[in-house]
Design a protein around this ligand. Structure first.
Ligand code: ZN
Length: 207
């Protein structure tokens, strides 16, 4: 499936904003990744930078936009597929960038920083709220989230992105991570679950 723009929402879950000592934002905080950052979580080994401080996992629900945005369209009209993703983050690099007031790209946009499971049909926003997503590291659950806990819901995020940056078919949105982020180590096995079902997994190699 063709992927065009990759948008991401920062600090969209209160407990995650607080665990990093960040203020809860008053409007959606959006950043983007290059498509070169994409990597599929289909069981393979994924290489991440091992020489730039801690690399953190951030498990997130990812939605795919299925048609050109027009004002007034609902989430269920616009979104055609969902996946789970990991928004990998160079946390130490990000802290330095924040201090300097520089853009986040070096901390968020590196190769393989946008991991994605396969896509499945979007069941509708209400149905999504019935299912938790989670991340297991080496067999243990480290993050669990539900989109009902988002600070800015899918409609707000979609409308915000569309009005500021444009939004169209093939764009995907990483919708933010719940609490529990942490570093990966060489050989870690990460599994992304939708309810009880594993949608994708990968093994980490720091290089
Ligand atoms: Zn994130």
């Amino acid at each position: 499936m063709e992927i065009r723009n990759i948008f991401c929402v920062g600090r969209n879950y209160r407990l995650h904003a607080e665990e990093l000592g960040n203020e809860v934002p008053k409007s959606p905080m959006i950043f983007a990744k290059p498509t070169h950052a994409l990597a599929e979580a289909s069981g393979q080994t994924i290489q991440l930078p091992g020489d730039r401080g801690e690399v953190h996992y951030e498990a997130e629900l990812v939605i795919r936009i299925g048609k050109p945005y027009q004002h007034g369209m609902t989430v269920d009209q616009l979104v055609d597929h969902l996946a789970l993703g990991i928004d990998f983050t160079l946390r130490d690099v990000q802290s330095e960038l924040k201090k300097k007031g520089h853009p986040w790209l070096p901390a968020k946009g590196f190769r393989n920083s946008a991991v994605l499971t396969s896509f499945r049909e979007f069941p509708g926003e209400q149905a999504c709220k019935q299912t938790d997503f989670s991340l297991r590291k080496n067999g243990q659950q480290v993050q669990r989230g539900n989109i009902s806990d988002m600070l800015f819901d899918l409609q707000t995020v979609i409308d915000f992105i569309a009005s500021h940056f444009g939004l169209g078919e093939g764009d995907i949105i990483y919708t933010g991570t719940p609490a529990g982020v942490g570093p990966v180590a060489n050989g870690d096995r990460l599994q992304l679950l939708w309810g009880d079902e594993v949608l994708g997994e990968c093994v980490i190699k720091l290089v």
